[in-house]
Design a protein around this ligand. Structure first.
Ligand SMILES: [Zn+2]
Length: 436
């Protein structure tokens, strides 16, 4: 069984459907979809090394999580139901002060396992000890864009250290030469990074041709504080520092105004909507999806870290996004299921530069098979509706990334070792921090 995982070879996927159409999919052995059609077995039998019988499963592009802090899986359930600032300052930061590279490795392994089990094939990550996160992603077999969370708090010495840490990570990821793993720069937010730091990040991203990952306008306080201290809204500061580009993913964006939504469209900024985290931490306003959509912004979905979510399930996130948007704008026609599913898949792939999330010949073979024999998938009048509103990530049976099988019929190799390692790391971290 083990030898079907961890390598790429020609695979024929039979007995599946795309929408309501029965189809077969041939993966060409180079990490791409070779062909899709109703009957490929006769033509492709000689080349095929392994056949997956989908048993009527629905095929979707893999989900793409455009904002997370993967290793925060170790903090899952550690501090809930608190005010954001109290939660960060008194619970999360004191624990994070004791984090080691080994913790980040195990936390990211756990995150990747959870993502694979719920149908995610790529993610956009910001945290610390990211060389260790890269090692975990490499072993897990999924795709990721990784950045060091850059925080200088206006201190020149801190800034220098953050610049060096960012350069080191970018060089390390380049040296891995792994097409599944890319570097980005990660200025944490306009309220934690000085203008000099923001400009440095923008310059490095442009020179290296890599992405920018940043938190923008999560809370109203960020906006009012910025106006009080600087006379400018955060988005104006980011734009002046060159942060708003077509390689930028801006997380949260709850408090953008209509003009800022139009500016994001002009600059080609991708937005990551994090509905579960925003509701859990009570940001008091939903990301303005109707304005962003009208402006033509590419809106994607993220989970945020596992201490503010507390899972990495993108189908659950798609449902929550649709519900939050309808409820917030008092309009049930806002964010229909088809748009929510596209946000969770193809929009995210475009934002991270991992293809365009389409199921067609030549596209990256990042695909998931969803069980159609379960209660949540019965009846299936409209497959997209079942996926967004009825099922969640536990309906995903098989996951393929870059043409490699990562989960087959719910079986992920090495799962128990990952669960044990992550549980041990989490317990030791809490013990070291002297907290319970
Ligand atoms: Zn975040």
């Amino acid at each position: 069984m083990e030898d079907i995982f961890r390598k790429t070879y020609p695979v024929l996927i039979r007995n599946v459907r795309i929408g309501k159409e029965p189809q077969e999919i041939f993966l060409d052995g180079t990490g791409r979809i070779g062909e899709i059609g109703p009957d490929l077995a006769r033509d492709r039998a000689a080349e095929t090394e392994f056949i997956i019988d989908g048993n009527g499963a629905l095929v979707l592009p893999g989900c793409v999580n455009t904002h997370t802090h993967a290793a925060m899986t170790l903090l899952r359930g550690y501090a809930d139901d608190m005010v954001l600032q109290d939660w960060l300052v008194n619970r999360i930061w004191p624990l994070e002060a004791h984090l080691t590279g080994e913790d980040v490795y195990w936390g990211t392994r756990l995150a990747c396992l959870e993502m694979i089990r719920s149908g995610t094939t790529a993610f956009n990550d910001m945290y610390f000890f990211m060389e260790e996160a890269a090692r975990a992603v490499d072993e897990a077999g999924i795709r990721a864009v990784l950045c060091h969370g850059f925080i200088d708090l206006g201190d020149a010495g801190k800034r220098e250290a953050e610049c060096r840490a960012t350069e080191k990570l970018v060089a390390h990821i380049r040296s891995l030469n792994n097409p599944r793993i890319r570097a980005a720069v990660g200025p944490h937010a306009p309220y934690t990074v000085s203008d000099e730091g923001l400009r440095w990040c923008a310059d490095v991203a442009r020179e290296q041709g890599i992405g920018i990952h940043i938190h923008v306008c999560e809370t109203e306080k960020e906006v009012t504080d910025s106006i009080a201290a600087r006379g400018k809204r955060p988005v104006a500061i980011l734009d002046a520092c060159g942060i708003l580009t077509s390689r930028t993913v801006a997380a949260h964006c709850c408090w953008l105004d209509a003009a800022e939504c139009r500016l994001f469209a002009e600059r080609g900024v991708h937005v990551s909507h994090n509905p579960v985290s925003n509701m859990k931490l009570a940001t008091n306003r939903a990301m303005p999806y109707p304005d962003l959509r009208a402006a033509g912004v590419n809106v994607t979905l993220g989970t945020d870290g596992c201490s503010s979510n507390n899972n990495l399930d993108m189908l659950e996130t798609a449902k929550t996004a649709a519900l939050l948007q309808k409820f917030s704008w008092n309009d049930p026609t806002v964010l229909p299921a088809g748009e929510a599913l596209a946000m969770a898949t193809s929009a995210g792939a475009r934002a991270l530069g991992f293809g365009d999330g389409r199921l067609e010949a030549g596209s990256p073979a990042d695909i998931i098979l969803v069980d159609t024999k379960s209660a949540c998938a019965t009846p299936m009048h409209n497959p997209v509706s079942n996926m967004v509103y009825a099922c969640n990530g536990s309906a995903v049976e098989t996951v393929i990334c870059n043409g490699t099988i990562l989960m087959l019929e719910r079986n992920v190799p090495g799962e128990q070792e990952i669960l044990d390692g992550a549980a041990r790391a989490a317990a030791a971290l809490v013990a070291r921090a002297g907290q319970t």
